[in-house]
Design a protein around this ligand. Structure first.
Ligand SMILES: Nc1nc2c(ncn2[C@@H]2O[C@H](COP(=O)(O)OP(=O)(O)O)[C@@H](O)[C@H]2O)c(=O)[nH]1
Ligand SMILES: [Mg+2]
Length: 442
């Protein structure tokens, strides 16, 4: 769940509000007091909280909301709009015009610059030909880290060992021109704290290459600190946007909700995990929806479209409802779903499911369990995957040993699979009997 503490508290508050038929100004005040506490606990800047709540209250009282037949819903709608506005309104896009354009990534050590450089390169490689540039010369492993990431994405990485970062930045423009690269992503060095040497170096690089964008990478886990850091960098360098990383996990949300309001710099992207695909443009309205438990169906659909092969999905659907559905198909299907991202993150995007997920805390989607299933299927021969019926005791022992599991795990998987296949087959048959040969019974 996105910002679990904040989201749960706010959603509880509004659920209670919606449960009431009529609302008085006192009910509203009480709800807003709860929201205020939740926001402060989430480390949202106190001035931001104050301004936000007063606009919500003003609008709620001004539009005869309380007298309407669905006051609770109306208030949630107002909160959603105000929260969206707070985070910058619409999507803030990158300004990439000249060729090659340079995007400079700056930020403290460990904030996620190097990872983000790779994520951004991957994201932009659909429309551009990016060149990753290693300008962090102080940490010996930093250049290597970028090279490994570049290689995993099949994108070129330019480095000059421990040469002066300003020279590296300059040389990278030549390199990009020569190799027909239209976008330079400059990974710079950070420090543990803001210090003069770092700022001077960044300023020198800025002077030398005149970047189209200077994006500050900040760790969302640091809450209000992230906002202060953004303020300092902006004052000195004039950043054009913020990339908020580590928004996954149990980040409190304060940074996401305050950065724009306090510094005037929009959040342009968010990082949602360690993998290079865990990255997306920041949509304030969708974030607000997720915080308020309204789901984010649009992101979910976009994600599915980007990851799943529709042709394959259709084929799979046909197979699932037929006799030929094998363990091989089952594995492929598992992989397709998993490639969309962590399962609990996907659940979070379905309206209401965030709450449901919370209620079913002990059923938590278990990624390890999925890995085990995959390992077991991997240890089977093609024949066994096609025809699980042939798997006797000695085969079970071999499969368990091969996958590092126990015979009872193999048994459990086979049993579940057989049951599932039977059920699917029934659905399939039911479907066939219906007029028009419609496949789904529901
Ligand atoms: N969970 C999570 N980890 C991240 C994210 N972005 C970066 N990291 C991790 O944060 C650590 C520091 O990242 P790195 O890119 O080396 O930071 P740099 O020092 O600013 O270059 C690494 O372990 C990354 O895997 C993110 O969005 N989510
Ligand atoms: Mg780095």
């Amino acid at each position: 769940m996105l910002f679990p503490n904040l989201a749960n508290k706010i959603q509880d508050t509004f659920q209670r509000l919606r449960g009431k038929g009529k609302l008085t100004e006192r009910d509203l005040d009480e709800a807003l007091r709860e929201v205020r506490l939740a926001l402060l606990e989430a480390d949202v800047n106190f001035k931001v909280v104050k301004g936000f709540l007063s606009s919500v209250k003003e609008r709620s009282l001004g539009h005869e909301v309380l007298k309407s037949i669905t006051p609770g819903q109306q208030i949630v709608k107002i909160v959603h709009e105000e929260m969206t506005k707070l985070m910058g309104g619409g999507v803030s896009r990158l300004e990439i015009k000249e060729t090659p354009a340079c995007i400079m990534l700056v930020g403290l050590q460990g904030s996620g610059k190097t990872t983000t450089a790779a994520k951004l390169a991957r994201h932009l490689s659909k429309q551009h030909r990016p060149l990753l540039v290693a300008a962090d010369i102080y940490r010996p492993a930093a250049v290597k880290q970028l090279q490994v990431l570049g290689e995993s994405l099949s994108l070129p990485v330019f480095s000059m060992g421990e040469a002066n970062p300003v020279d590296i930045a300059r040389a990278s423009r030549e390199k990009a021109r020569k190799e027909g690269r239209d976008l330079i992503l400059l990974d710079t060095a950070g420090r543990l704290h803001i210090d003069e040497a770092m700022m001077q170096e960044l300023q020198d690089i800025k002077e030398a290459v005149k970047p189209a964008e200077i994006l500050l990478v900040v760790d969302a886990m640091t809450g209000q600190d992230a906002v202060n850091i953004a303020g300092s960098f902006h004052e000195r360098l004039g950043i054009t946007g913020v990339i908020l990383t580590k928004v996954d996990g149990d980040t409190r949300g304060g940074a996401a909700l305050s950065v724009k309001a306090v510094t005037g710099c929009p959040i342009k992207f968010v990082g949602l995990g360690e993998k290079t695909e865990a990255f997306e443009p920041f949509h304030p309205d969708r974030f607000a929806s997720r915080i308020l438990g309204m789901g984010d169906v649009i992101s979910l659909v976009e994600k599915a479209q980007a990851t799943l092969d529709t042709e394959k999905a259709r084929e799979m659907e046909k197979k699932i409802f037929s006799k030929t559905f094998s363990l091989e198909d089952f594995k492929e299907q598992l992989q397709q779903v998993r490639s969309m991202g962590p399962l609990d993150e996907l659940l979070d995007m379905i309206p209401g499911a965030g709450k449901m997920n919370k209620a079913m805390k002990n059923i938590k989607v278990d990624e390890k369990e999925l890995s085990r299933i995959e390992a077991i299927i991997n240890s089977m021969t093609p024949g066994e995957r096609q025809n699980p019926e042939i798997i006797g005791n000695s085969r079970k022992r071999r499969i368990a040993a091969g996958s590092g599991t126990r015979v009872q795990d193999v048994n459990q998987l086979l049993k579940q699979f057989t049951q599932m296949r039977k059920m699917m087959k029934q659905f399939g048959d039911m479907g066939k009997g219906r007029r028009g040969g419609k496949k789904f019974p529901f």
